[in-house]
Design a binder for this molecule. Structure first.
Ligand code: ADP
Length: 526
């Protein structure tokens, strides 16, 4: 049994892991960079260790420093969260060498699934359908062209070591292929230190549907149903729900069984996610397996009532899974909206600012996973995810209504966010009817929708001012004294900042008239 766990992460996921550890009676060690000194995860953990260095690479990605901290504080195990070192097989190996348990699968499984071309080979052996494409990475432009002609355009060029949508290019016609290969190779080399790319058929009207799986060290394996993640920008998810409105029970159990075959193909242990694309004919294809906890795991927790982090910890301790497949509960419907520091009116460009006010929603069926504080400087150094709103309802309609209420009740000023966009989606007829695919954003949203009418940023700005007048002007704003200096750092950075400054009560004119305070406070405006 573990006594102490080090959490090798920051932000909402670090806090989320700490909460479960506390419920399990485990001590926690946080690690933090200098700029995160006052971040909630560093303050809430039982112990906190400062990581030397400035950049993410020098701190949260520094395996040596993190393992040294775990050993110094006598932590039994390291929970990597998602991102950073969570899918780094060398890190998992180094943990094992030093006698610290890595809460995740074995390095071998991480490596097999981290190489997408290797994963495709394994799927062929396991009888799981993959999109037509190259067997392994392409060795020349000529070979790529031959494959593209064979499978037919459009195709997609992808990085073998890919992740985060990097090194991915859609190619509509032959003439575009050489440029796309070159760009994808160089992006992949920069992001992953590995320039291998491969080709896949680009599926039309695809839906991204994934399965949460869990395996223990005793040969037991289950899936915890599906998540629909088709609302994406730049091939990255923004809104997720479970169950997927697309699947009937037959397709669900077929895909669930395929997901277990995927996990079995690499001797998987722990929590993992098998991602599929489903085409317009309801045929499904393996996309990739993520060998870690996903950002969107709370929707699964909401419909099953199972704490996935607690289960990860118990499995890492060597316990068997407590259920068989048919015993996994499933109730109602859950939706997650990601609140990211991005400006939806400017193609979701990364945004920055100092969080002036933050008031999360509450009430029955609402969960907020967050790791931010008032006065915090948001910079592009880290992932733009600030918080996640998750709701549960007895059915999909109730979950949507509840999410609208939760978004309307959320106040987050100081930095543009995705809140108004999420609000727009909840009202969109295609979303409400469950008829949407991964092209929803390019086809249904330009950013202009937030300018006028009920999604208007002007409305939100006035509402925010009212809220701030009511709650913050007279209380000395509650902002960190360092915030003014921090805000100065952002000037001239070219990043989108918000149009309300708690420091000086005036609109910040940095970004012109369409810069918006990206929160939603319609209730206040009424
Ligand atoms: P990453 O690991 O970089 O996130 P994925 O392989 O998981 O990349 O794909 C991310 C998204 O890109 C998918 O959810 C989907 O929207 C799009 N995509 C990937 N492959 C295809 C394909 N073959 N056809 C159509 N869309 C695709």
């Amino acid at each position: 049994m573990f006594r102490k766990i080090l959490i090798a992460n920051r932000g909402e996921i670090a806090l989320r892991v700490i909460r479960t550890c506390r419920e399990l009676g485990l001590k926690t060690v946080a690690v933090y960079s200098e700029s995160d000194r006052k971040s909630p995860h560093a303050l809430v953990a039982d112990e906190a260790v400062l990581l030397e260095g400035e950049t993410a690479r020098e701190t949260y990605l520094n395996a040596e420093q993190i393992i040294a901290a775990a050993m110094e504080r006598q932590a039994d195990a390291i929970h990597p969260g998602y991102g950073f070192l969570s899918e780094n097989a060398d890190f998992a190996e180094a943990c094992a060498r030093e006698g610290v348990v890595f809460i995740g699968p074995d390095p071998h499984a991480i490596r097999q699934m981290g190489d997408k071309t290797r994963a495709r080979e394994l799927m062929v052996q396991a009888g799981v359908p993959i999109p037509p494409g190259t067997g392994s990475s392409v060795t020349s432009d000529k070979e790529a062209l031959q494959t593209a002609r064979r499978i037919g355009f459009p195709v997609i060029v992808k990085a073998a070591a890919g992740g985060g949508g990097k090194g991915m290019r859609k190619v509509r016609a032959e003439g575009e292929l050489p440029g796309a290969l070159k760009a994808a190779r160089s992006e992949a080399a920069g992001a992953f230190g590995d320039d291998r790319v491969y080709l896949e058929k680009y599926l039309e009207e695809p839906r991204h549907v994934e399965f949460q799986i869990f395996a223990d060290r005793h040969g037991n394996m289950v899936h915890l149903f599906d998540r629909e993640c088709s609302i994406q920008r730049r091939h990255q998810k923004l809104i997720e729900e479970s169950p997927s409105p697309l699947l009937d029970e037959t397709l669900r159990s077929e895909m669930g069984e395929a997901a277990l075959r995927v996990a079995g193909s690499c001797g998987y242990v722990g929590a993992g996610t098998v991602e599929f694309l489903v085409d317009s004919d309801r045929r499904f294809y393996f996309l990739e397996m993520n060998t870690r906890l996903q950002v969107e795991h709370p929707v699964t927790e909401m419909i099953t009532g199972i704490d996935l982090v607690a289960l990860q910890i118990r499995v890492a301790e060597g316990h068997p899974l407590p259920w068989k497949q048919h015993e996994i509960p499933r109730h109602g419907h859950a939706i997650e909206c990601r609140i990211c520091a991005e400006n939806p009116m400017e193609q979701f460009l990364p945004a920055a600012g100092t969080i002036h006010s933050w008031r999360p929603p509450s009430g029955a069926g609402i969960r907020v996973d967050e790791g931010i504080r008032q006065g915090q400087l948001v910079t592009p150094e880290y992932d733009p995810l600030l918080a996640k709103l998750i709701v549960h309802g007895k059915n999909r309609a109730e979950a949507i209504t509840r999410m609208i209420r939760a978004l309307d009740d959320t106040v987050l000023t100081g930095c543009p966010t995705t809140i108004p966009f999420c609000r727009y989606v909840m009202d969109h007829p295609a979303f409400r009817e469950g008829r949407y695919d991964t092209h929803f954003i390019p086809e249904q949203f330009s950013g202009k929708e937030l300018q006028y009418g009920k999604f208007s940023h002007t409305v939100a700005i006035i509402a925010g001012l009212l809220h701030n007048d009511n709650n913050h002007w007279d209380s000395g704003s509650g902002a960190d004294p360092a915030s003014s200096a921090d805000a100065d750092k952002l000037k001239g950075s070219g990043l989108t900042t918000n149009s309300i400054s708690g420091q000086n009560r005036s609109r910040n004119s940095n970004t012109g008239s369409n810069a918006g305070a990206s929160w939603w406070t319609r209730r206040k405006y009424r």
